[in-house]
Write a protein that binds this ligand. Structure first.
Ligand code: ADP
Ligand code: ZN
Ligand code: ZN
Length: 739
């Protein structure tokens, strides 16, 4: 028998191997094996099995199995095949993204030895007093104990216990050491829930969806604090009661602790966590328990969509508009929301997309009646929408006579007021570090990352200068300009660290906790930061967009958006939509209970429509405006889009190759628009120059996107691959960023 194997390489080629006799029952499609590839033994996935082969040369044999159980069922397998085809990525690479790296036979979870009392000796152990004492201890102690517990009695519990084991007096077992996830969750939050009329209607629709056993895409559009999370909990409960399991996707690690806490309170230990910060050991363990059916709810980041839940009944995608659902650093460049919809189709189950600010694509799908729309218009419990004020920072500068004011007098007064009332404040500044730009006042030169051509951000702690793209660091800030040697160096712009310093100086008695990528590399630290604010120990929560959504704090009544303009002018057709969603969501953290909330938005672009409609919390109006704009320009959701991202170390060469690729794009059909090649906005990252060619396929000509897909496949039969002369090409289907 022969197996075709796909390896994690940038090629669609599969390779044929002989299946050794002893493995003939275990090697099936979807099983991972190790096989000789070039000079090494490499992990691959079996993609086909046959009795014969046409291959004429010597066929080598598979070395070994990687997993001791089947990691994929037929549903997951067809999902991976779809991802491979849709995102033009070889199956071997897709498998590498979807499956945990280490589930191998050799791989073991950390374990420990436990011993327990079995029976009393026939003859007293008078000759062995230590054994006698250990045995007595075990007899008195109900249940098994670890060897280390016995260290109080003997220095060498292992050999003493082995002697007792040989006499048949105790039992000796190896126990898997379960990973401790308590650091990742809040203590469970118990709550009596009585659904409102509006909520009940939504739940009834979802219940019918579950019962239908059909693929139904739902879009739950519920204003902030309307009870979406309570709805998830209830529909998940119904799904479990019908014997099925659930995946809940979250876009942001900062949301995991609180939501998992709410789920644990209801569902206990059947909830598993799945995200990138898990260790290999925890991943392997979690995966196995999911396979064994012991976890029936998986809460996690985008790759959780590939977890092997048995009898899947529902997928929930929380904050479905979030761009973090898109994998944008490696192939396949998949969007977890879209994969979720496909998984729903394969399993014939409902998929619930939810948000207070749906993506324009999903919103449009609802208008087109492709999604079933559920709307929650009211905040729960009569909580009012917060009152929003906009501070015109230009005018503030004029009136105060001070330029570069970071916190307006208005916002400072409001903070003071809330602190006096013992209420809590959330401040959002969507930039980490201290100052994003270091500039020489004499020659105007900025401190740039040598590899990325973007300014390096100044940080107060750790290395002084950091590139937020590639991580390049410079330990100390130089006192002189690198270009003209002047000492007139100035820090421009504001990051979260600077706000922290200012707040600390202005309100010395207030306690503050900062949440951004720099403070949350460690998940336990993140959890404790958010829970210290949740429990009221901290007065002010300061953070980047990480704290803008999903979080629910009872006593937070003031939200300050310190610079609403960040990202406003980025040359991407989605930058307005994103900023609107960010402001709207952040505002939604305020006044979620009885106490009325208030939001202060600081901006230098008082009249900008994004800021204006966001501050009015008028989503439908704004969405209608941008839908019209997108329609005029044939941008998504009125077209399908693909981006060819080209990069290389040599700019000249890149330009030549890019133009050649453009010229080779033959026979465009009516309704296909090809733009570029042009330099990307971030022209050089990680020491590579970047250019892009964008393809837009109008939905009027290509309703389901198939034409575009076929066109790309025809032009790039090898899919995502490295082309010659040092230029790398990435085919990004439905890109979320054009920067
Ligand atoms: P969303 O996810 O839409 O922002 P949440 O589910 O967090 O809203 O609801 C906001 C707050 O109101 C939460 O503390 C939630 O527990 C509470 N809540 C919502 N609906 C109910 C209900 N029917 N009964 C009791 N509490 C509710
Ligand atoms: Zn200079
Ligand atoms: Zn860099």
């Amino acid at each position: 028998m022969y197996a075709d194997i796909a390896f994690p390489i940038s090629s669609y080629q599969v390779f044929t191997y002989r299946i050794p006799y002893k493995m003939r029952n275990s090697v099936k499609i979807g099983v991972r094996v190790k096989a000789p590839f070039h000079k090494r033994s490499v992990n691959g996935v079996v993609v086909g099995v046959s009795d014969t082969t046409d291959y004429k040369r010597r066929v080598r044999s598979i070395d070994s199995l990687v997993d001791n159980e089947l990691v994929l069922d037929k549903y997951l397998w067809s999902l991976l095949e779809w991802v491979s085809d849709y995102y033009l990525t070889p199956l071997g690479q897709v498998a590498q993204t979807a499956l945990p790296a280490k589930l191998s036979l050799q791989y073991k979870l950390p374990s420990r030895i436990v011993v327990s009392f079995r029976k009393a000796p026939d003859v007293a152990l008078t000759n062995a007093p230590v054994q006698e004492r250990v045995l007595r201890y075990l007899q008195q102690n109900k249940g098994p104990v670890t060897l280390s517990v016995l260290k109080d009695i003997t220095l060498n519990p292992s050999s003493v216990c082995k002697a007792l084991l040989n006499k048949g007096l105790i039992t000796w077992d190896e126990q898997d050491l379960l990973p401790d996830v308590s650091g990742l969750t809040f203590s469970p939050i118990h709550k009596k829930v009585k659904f409102t009329k509006e909520q009940k209607l939504v739940l009834e629709e979802l219940r019918q969806g579950l019962e239908s056993k059909k693929f139904i895409p739902f879009l739950l559009h519920g204003v902030t604090s309307s009870g979406k999370t309570e709805i998830y909990i209830d529909i998940v409960r119904q799904t479990l009661e019908s014997g099925r399991s659930v995946i809940l996707l979250l876009p942001e690690i900062a949301l995991t602790p609180q939501i998992t806490g709410r789920f644990r309170a209801v569902f206990g230990d059947t909830v598993a966590l799945w995200h990138s910060k898990l260790t290999h050991a925890t991943r392997a363990w979690t995966w196995k328990k999911i396979c064994a059916g012991e976890f029936r709810i998986v809460i996690g980041a985008r790759s959780a969509i590939f977890t092997p839940l048995k009898n899947l009944g529902l997928v929930v995608v929380d904050e479905e508009q979030e761009h973090s659902y898109k994998q944008d650093s490696i192939n396949p460049r998949y969007h977890a929301r879209d994969v979720a919809l496909m998984r729903g189709k394969i399993h014939k189950i409902p998929v619930l997309l939810a948000s207070a600010t749906p993506s324009l694509e999903s919103y449009y799908n609802h208008i087109q009646s492709k999604f079933k729309y559920l709307y929650l218009a009211k905040r729960y419990g009569g909580a009012k929408y917060p009152q929003v004020s906009i501070v015109d920072m230009d005018q503030e500068t004029e009136e105060s006579g001070k330029t570069g004011q970071i916190l307006s007098g208005f916002l400072l007064d409001k903070i003071e007021e809330r602190l006096q009332k013992k209420e809590q404040v959330i401040l959002m500044q969507n930039r980490r570090g201290f100052s994003p730009i270091i500039r020489c006042d004499d020659c105007g030169v900025l401190d740039m990352c040598p590899d990325c051509n973007v300014p390096m951000a100044y940080h107060r702690t750790g290395p002084a200068l950091k590139c937020h793209f590639c991580g390049h660091c410079i330990d100390k800030l130089s006192a002189n300009c690198g270009s003209c040697n002047s000492t007139n160096i100035r820090m421009v712009g504001t990051g979260t660290q600077k706000i922290e310093t200012i707040i600390g100086e202005t309100f010395p008695n207030a306690s503050i906790v900062r949440v951004d990528m720099d403070t949350s590399r460690n998940v336990t630290a993140l959890t404790s930061a958010i829970s210290s604010f949740g429990s009221g120990d901290v007065d002010i929560l300061l953070g980047t967009q990480m704290i803008s959504k999903g979080l629910d704090f009872e006593n937070a009544t003031l939200v300050g958006i310190i610079n609403a303009d960040t990202g406003l002018f980025l040359p991407d057709f989605r930058s307005g939509e994103r900023l609107f969603q960010l402001i709207y969501q952040t505002a939604g953290r305020a006044g979620r209970r009885k106490k009325p909330g208030e939001v202060v938005i600081q901006t230098y672009n008082y009249d900008n429509p994004v800021i204006k409609y966001a501050s009015r919390l008028d989503l439908k109006k704004y969405y209608n405006i941008i839908l019209n704009e997108r329609n005029d320009l044939n941008y998504p959701p009125f077209s399908w889009m693909a981006k060819l991202e080209l990069s290389g170390r040599n700019k000249n060469n890149l330009q030549i190759v890019a133009q050649k690729i453009r010229d080779n794009l033959k026979n465009p059909y009516t309704g296909l628009e090809i733009l570029g090649p042009v330099d990307c906005y971030y022209e050089r990252l990680r020491n590579r120059f970047r250019m892009q060619i964008v393809l837009k396929s109008y939905k009027t000509a290509d309703s389901n996107g198939r034409k575009l897909h076929n066109y790309i496949k025809k032009n790039f039969p090898d899919g995502n691959y490295l082309i010659n002369s040092g230029v790398k090409i990435i085919i990004d289907i439905n890109p979320v960023s054009l920067l």
